[in-house]
Design a protein around this ligand. Structure first.
Ligand SMILES: Cc1ncc(COP(=O)(O)O)c(C=O)c1O
Length: 485
C-alpha cells in the first residue's frame, strides 16, 4: 500500500527534487495515519529499488524525517513510525485566506487613528523620479562597493555580535559620527553622547519617552514634518504648532510651560528656511530661561550648495538644552535604517539604558562598515559627489520653473538639501493638483496639508535629488499643464 502511495506522489519528471518529494509523501502518509505507530518502513535499499531512485535519496528523506521526529531508527532493525506523531497529529486543514474585511473589529486606538489620519493626508510616495521629496538618488548609489565593505565586516564579526547588543550602538560608529558631525556641522560631543537609533522616527520616540510625560507640551513648526507629530501623538504629548516665517520658528510664540521644542533650523521642513542667528540665540536663551529642551532635526543640511552654512544649534548651546538628531537616510539611503541622537552629557547614561531596554539593536557588521566608511573619508567624498549632482539638478529645476516665478510664485529654501518649495501667490487646490499629477506618475507633495492651523499657504515641495534632468523636465511640463487647467 505504501508503495502505491509513494508511486502516486513521487513524480520523476517534476522540477521538485526527488528527495523532497519522497520526504513530503512519507510525512503526509504519517500525518494522515496511513502508517501506524511503530510500523516498520522498507529499508532504504528496498525502497530505492521499488521506486527506482538512488539509495541516497531515500536515506536523505529518512534522515530528515528522523530529525523532525516523524520516524525513529533502531540499530540493525530499520526505521519505524513514531507513536507520538501518529497518535496525536491530525492533518491541518488547507489554509483558506480570509478576505480582508474593512470596518469590522480592527479598531485602532485613538492615538493610532490620529497618526493614520495624518498618513492619509500625504500623497503616495515613489522611490525615484520628479519630484519625490526627501529622497536621495538611489539609482546611482554605489551599491556594489557598499555591499563588499559590509561582507568584509560580516566575515570578521566576532561571535558576541550575535547577542542582544547593548550600549546603544557600536563604539567605533559613535566615534566616527562624533568626528563627522564636529567637522561637518560644528557639533561638540564625546562619543558616549552619541546614541545610535534605527531612524529619526525612533530618535523621536526615545526623546519623547525620556524627556516628557503624557500630556506634556511639544511645540513644533507650522508647517512641519508629520513624522514628528505622529510620534508625539503616539506618546500622548500635546502639540502646539508655532508659525514659521522667513527667519524660522517664531520663538516668541512658544507657549509657557512648554516641555520640548522641535525645530529643523538648517533647512526647515518643508519650507527650507534657514533659521537666522538672532532666532537661534533667542531660542537657546528661551530654552535656558523656561527650562525646555530643543530637538534639533538636522536631516539634510550636510548637502548645502550655497549661502553661508550656519553652525548647528547644538554647537551654539552652552547650557545643554539641545538634543541633536541626525540620520543617514538622506546622505546614504533610507533602507540603511541608521540614525542617531546626540544627547547632553548628563543624559548619556539614561538614554543608553533605555535604548537597550526598549529596542536593543543589531546589524553590527553594518554599523562597523559604516564606521569605516566614515573614518576613511569615503563618506565625505560621497557627500561631495552628491552635492555636485544635486546642485546641478537644483539649478536645472530652478531654470525650468522660470515661467512659474514670472507668475508670482515664490521659490523657498533652494540652498540645501534634497528639495525646495514653491509657494503659490494665492489659494490653489494643491491637494487636487497633486492627485492629478500622481495619475501621470509625478509625485507632488502639496504644502497645505503640512500646516496644522488654519493659516495655510499653498504650493508644493519639489524634490530634485532623485530625478534626472529628463524626468525633471517632464515633471515641470506636467505641473505647468495642470496649473493651466
Ligand atoms: C524632517 C525630516 N526629518 C527626518 C527625516 C528622516 O527620517 P528617518 O531617519 O526616519 O528616515 C525626514 C525624512 O523624510 C525628514 O523629512
Amino acid at each position: 500500500m505504501l508503495e502505491e502511495w509513494l508511486h502516486a506522489h513521487v513524480e520523476r519528471n517534476s522540477s521538485r527534487p526527488l528527495q523532497h518529494q519522497l520526504y513530503r509523501a512519507l510525512r503526509d502518509a504519517i500525518v494522515q495515519r496511513r502508517l501506524t505507530a511503530h510500523q516498520r518502513l522498507p529499508s532504504t535499499r528496498e525502497l530505492s529499488m521499488q521506486l527506482s531512485v538512488a539509495r541516497n535519496t531515500v536515506t536523505a528523506a529518512y534522515e530528515q524525517l528522523i530529525s523532525e521526529g516523524y520516524l525513529y531508527s533502531r540499530h540493525g532493525a530499520g526505521c519505524f513510525v513514531s507513536d507520538a506523531i501518529a497518535e496525536t497529529m491530525v492533518e491541518s486543514p488547507p489554509q483558506r485566506h480570509k478576505k480582508t474585511q474593512r470596518n469590522t473589529t480592527a479598531a485602532p486606538s485613538k492615538r493610532a487613528q490620529s497618526a493614520l489620519a495624518m498618513a492619509e493626508r500625504l500623497s503616495p510616495r515613489r522611490s525615484a523620479g520628479a519630484f519625490v521629496p526627501a529622497t536621495p538618488d538611489l539609482r546611482h548609489f554605489a551599491l556594489n562597493d557598499w555591499q563588499r565593505l559590509v561582507r568584509q565586516h560580516e566575515r570578521q564579526a566576532p561571535w558576541q555580535w550575535l547577542d542582544y547588543a547593548r550600549g546603544a550602538g557600536l563604539d567605533v560608529l559613535k566615534q566616527s559620527i562624533a568626528q563627522h558631525v564636529h567637522v561637518a556641522r560644528a557639533v561638540n560631543c564625546a562619543p558616549e553622547q552619541v546614541i545610535i537609533t534605527a531612524s529619526t522616527q525612533q530618535s523621536f520616540d526615545l526623546c519623547f519617552r525620556l524627556l516628557a510625560d503624557a500630556g506634556d507640551l511639544l511645540a513644533l513648526e507650522d508647517p512641519g514634518y508629520t513624522g514628528t507629530h505622529s510620534a508625539a501623538l503616539a506618546c500622548d504629548l500635546r502639540c502646539a504648532p508655532i508659525p514659521v516665517d522667513d527667519e524660522g520658528l517664531q520663538v516668541g510664540a512658544i507657549p509657557p510651560a512648554t516641555r520640548l521644542v522641535y525645530v529643523t533650523p538648517s533647512h526647515q521642513y518643508p519650507l527650507g528656511v534657514v533659521m537666522s542667528l538672532a532666532r537661534r540665540q533667542a531660542l537657546l536663551q528661551r530654552a535656558q530661561r523656561d527650562q525646555f529642551y530643543i530637538l534639533e532635526d538636522d536631516y539634510d543640511s550636510e548637502l548645502r550648495f550655497s549661502g553661508r552654512p550656519l553652525a548647528s544649534l547644538q554647537g551654539l548651546d552652552e547650557n545643554d538644552r539641545v538634543f541633536y538628531l541626525g540620520t543617514f537616510s538622506k546622505v546614504f539611503f533610507p533602507a540603511l535604517r541608521l540614525a542617531y541622537v546626540i544627547v547632553p552629557p548628563a543624559w548619556a547614561n539614561s538614554f543608553t539604558q533605555l535604548h537597550d531596554r526598549f529596542y536593543s539593536h543589531g546589524q553590527l557588521a553594518v554599523q562597523s562598515a559604516l564606521a569605516e566608511f566614515i573614518s576613511s573619508g569615503k563618506l565625505a567624498s560621497h557627500i561631495r559627489r552628491l552635492r555636485e549632482t544635486y546642485r546641478e539638478r537644483n539649478d536645472y529645476l530652478r531654470e525650468l520653473l522660470t515661467p512659474l516665478i514670472a507668475q508670482g510664485w515664490t521659490l523657498l529654501g533652494g540652498d540645501a538639501g534634497l528639495h525646495f518649495s514653491v509657494l503659490a501667490p494665492q489659494k490653489i487646490d494643491d491637494v487636487g493638483i497633486a492627485e492629478r499629477a500622481a495619475k501621470q506618475h509625478i509625485t507632488l507633495r502639496p504644502l497645505s496639508p503640512l500646516y496644522w492651523t488654519r493659516k495655510k499657504r499653498y504650493g508644493f515641495m519639489l524634490g530634485y535629488a532623485a530625478a534626472d534632468k529628463r524626468e525633471l523636465k517632464h515633471g515641470v511640463g506636467i505641473l505647468l499643464a495642470l496649473l493651466q487647467e
